[in-house]
Design a protein around this ligand. Structure first.
Ligand SMILES: [Zn+2]
Length: 292
């Protein structure tokens, strides 16, 4: 407890104990995910699982808290887990090199107390939202774009959800536009991740916050917008879970699992040919990165 002596003065023993008993999943360990992961490890969350199929790229370093130049080319999830275990060796850390999709998401989030959204693709954020509502697990959404960010606590059966206020269009052309590379600064990453983790602490203290937090790091303003539950929401109201049940066309960009199983490699292999990037991991398999 010496490690947390300064934190105990603020949070108290009861909340610290609750943190030590939590099992948390962080979907995506890029900019948002790795910042959230570091905050949770330092706070003393008992078990942290990170999932990501991507590798560290030189273009990640300006905004990604945990990564250094030595990590380029290594799996993000593994790098995150190794760094977290150096920050706090008293907690349990798991990593999964994989994407989340409709096939595996329910088995990955089962028995978790909180899910953090560190994803960069709206389709998969909404898939995560569907799964969290279905499995009755609190989800803490976060999104960043340029110098702006947003965050929201989603508690199934109690608050509005991501599908209540996000309109996802799945026509081919528009989906591709949504795959464009977006600019981002490290400042908005830190602010958004901090609000996501603060929303978990607020919830642990017994407060259910239904607000969408809109963060403007350019003007340094945070706006709280009350989001009402939509009676026509296909996730939390109608419980049709269209993303989980594959009623929505998948985007053309992102990371996709390939049917090939390239097990004859000793370390991660990246190959780029005619605009395609193929990532292969020993004993795991291969993924294709498309778009951004
Ligand atoms: Zn909803």
């Amino acid at each position: 407890m010496e490690r947390y002596s300064r934190q105990l003065l603020v949070l108290g023993l009861e909340l610290q104990q609750k943190l030590s008993e939590l099992k948390v999943l962080i979907a995506g360990c890029g900019a948002l995910g790795s910042t959230i992961a570091e905050l949770l490890a330092r706070l003393g969350v008992g078990e942290i699982t990170v999932i990501d199929a991507d590798i560290v790229d030189i273009t990640n370093l300006h905004r990604t808290h945990l990564f250094t130049e030595d990590d380029v080319g290594k799996p993000k999830a593994e790098v995150c887990a190794n760094k977290l275990s150096k920050i706090n060796s008293t907690i349990k850390i798991n990593y999964i090199i994989d994407i989340i999709d409709e096939k595996n998401i329910e088995s990955i989030i089962i028995n978790k107390d909180y899910i953090f959204d560190g994803l960069d693709n709206l389709y998969y954020k909404l898939l995560l939202n569907d799964a969290a509502i279905k499995m009755n697990i609190p989800l803490i959404y976060g999104g960043i774009n340029g110098e702006y960010g947003s965050a929201k606590l989603i508690v199934p059966n109690k608050t509005s959800c991501l599908s209540c206020f996000v309109d996802y269009s799945n026509t081919g052309e528009e989906t591709y536009n949504a795959c464009d590379v977006i600019g981002v600064t490290p400042l908005i990453v830190e602010l958004t991740a901090s609000i996501q983790v603060s929303l978990m602490l607020k919830h642990l203290r017994g407060v259910i916050d239904n607000s969408l937090y809109y963060i403007d790091s350019r003007e340094i303003e945070i706006e709280k917008i009350n989001i009402q539950k939509s009676i026509s929401c296909k996730s939390c109201s109608l419980r049709e879970f269209p993303f989980l049940n594959q009623k929505i066309l998948k985007p053309k960009c992102g990371i996709f699992r390939l049917p090939t199983e390239d097990f004859n490699i000793e370390k991660p292999k990246v190959s780029k040919t005619s605009g395609r990037t193929i990532l292969c991991y020993p004993k795991i398999g291969c993924f294709e990165k498309r778009g951004s």
